[in-house]
Ligand binder design. Structure first.
Ligand code: NAD
Length: 423
């Protein structure tokens, strides 16, 4: 994502929050509080074994509802505007689904493909050394995001526990189960998205015909979305990774593709180079190919005014954060394409992260069925509330989501009077 598109997205979200806050009658001071971050930490850090300094970020947006919560992204495009945009989205997400947490996000500007595993571990540890005063089990709880995973969370937990000199598994979520992770966390974002989609299709059974799905991105979120939806009877007709896309109108065997991709560590294009039954196409082309449901599950700003007019899906389920530009949103809405906003569609990830944190604090671990039932309840209830408000007020789902999310967090800010907990 370019600097200017991050900055536009951030301003658009601030504007939407302001409009919702004003409609709901909150004071200027409350609206100002929920549209600006409480703390911004931005350091250029020398990392052992790496020649050039790496920019590291943590933006703590708002903690009126509970400790700050949000993932850490390792990507060459990470910059302050992007981290602020992702942090404000986390505030909305936690508020909309009703979990007692605030919004934050972190990152480091690097391309992990250019570094060894040892160097990535050093970056992860350096991130924690830089941020350790700001994070904590009751303060701010990071988690994985793009290009970070359970292994990186393990390095981070270890570094933090070495610094504080005690066991504190709840300081970070998305951990492997052996280090206090929750069952169900890995697939939670995608599973939550499936529950949102299923609830919407109960309201709108005629919106999609054949349940054909295209998914952009085949990492954690995209690959679980593909396999969970395939198991639920949907046909996955297109998927992509950073190198390119594949499409087959009769459907792809995504379980087999995932297994082979993990074994071979190769791109989708390379895997299907000799298979005439599968179209190998550019990433851009995949988004406008025929399907009923389009799922962006890669990066920001993928659906723009340039391609929104050509999208053939009837529902867009935003599992990525901020994949749709404001212009594209208007075009899609005018074309009666339903967009399920990121802060509803992908909130299953933070929901099970919250479950992980609760389990770490209790030192008592739930089984898979308990996690799944509780995730289902939270995601289904949030979807019902959002859909019903949208229907009653003639809002888009995004507008309804903004209203509900702003109402809860702004109320918490207003109750606190003139003081805010900052650190
Ligand atoms: P990931 O790093 O595991 O996967 C990202 C995938 O996107 C990879 O397959 C990569 O090859 C692909 N990709 C990158 N650029 C692409 C492009 N231009 N076209 C097509 N594919 C491309 O990351 P992830 O954790 O799956 O996150 C994906 C998105 O979901 C991000 O927007 C992230 O913020 C959001 N998200 C993740 C979680 C979570 O729990 N991991 C939770 C909420 C939201």
């Amino acid at each position: 994502m370019t600097n200017s598109s991050s900055s536009n997205t951030y301003k658009n979200i601030q504007g939407a929050i302001r409009r919702a806050g004003e409609d709901l009658g909150f004071s200027e001071s409350t609206i100002t509080t929920i549209t600006n971050p409480y703390n911004v930490i931005n350091e250029s850090v020398m990392v052992e074994g790496i020649d050039t300094p790496i920019n590291m970020y943590r933006v703590q947006f708002n903690n009126a509802l509970g400790p700050y919560k949000g993932g850490i992204r390792f990507h060459p495009d990470v910059d302050l505007d992007e981290v602020k945009t992702l942090a404000i989205t986390m505030m909305l997400k936690c508020s909309l689904v009703g979990i007692p947490m605030g919004g934050a996000k972190g990152g480091a500007t690097l391309n992990p493909e250019n570094y060894t595993e040892t160097e990535i571990e050093a970056v992860a540890r350096a991130w924690v050394r830089t941020m350790h005063e700001y994070i904590g089990v009751d303060k701010d709880i990071p988690a994985p995001d793009v290009n970070t995973n359970g292994q990186i969370m393990s390095y981070m937990l270890d570094e933090f526990e070495q610094i504080v000199g005690r066991s504190e598994p709840g300081v970070i979520t998305g951990k492997p189960i052996a280090l206090g992770g929750s069952v169900g966390r890995e697939q939670a974002t995608s599973q939550g998205g499936v529950y949102v989609l299923q609830q919407l299709l109960e309201y709108l059974p005629d919106r999609v015909g054949n349940k054909q799905v295209i998914i952009q991105g085949f990492g954690n979120v995209g690959s679980y979305a593909a396999t969970l939806l395939a198991d639920a009877g949907y046909t996955i007709v297109g998927i992509s990774d950073s190198k390119g896309a594949i499409y087959r109108s009769s459907g792809l065997n995504v379980h087999d593709i995932l297994k082979r991709k993990n074994e071979l560590r190769t791109s989708l294009h390379d895997m299907f180079a000799d298979d005439a039954s599968v179209d190998t196409i550019l990433n851009e082309e995949l988004l406008v190919r025929p399907c009923d449901i389009l799922i962006p599950a890669a990066l920001e700003n993928q659906i723009t005014a340039d391609n929104a007019g050509d999208i053939q899906a009837r529902i867009i389920l935003e599992l990525a954060n901020n994949p749709t530009s404001a212009d594209a949103d208007t075009i899609l809405n005018n074309r009666d394409i339903m967009v399920v906003p990121d802060f509803l569609a992908n909130a299953g990830g933070v929901t099970v992260s919250y479950f992980e944190w609760v389990q770490n604090r209790e030192q008592y671990y739930w089984d898979a069925q308990t996690v799944d039932e509780r995730l289902h309840t939270i995601m289904t209830n949030a979807t019902k509330k959002t859909f019903e408000l949208a229907k009653n007020q003639s809002f888009t789902l995004r507008e309804a989501g903004f209203n509900l999310a702003v109402e809860r967090v702004a109320h918490a800010v207003a109750l606190r009077g003139s003081g805010h907990i900052k650190k």
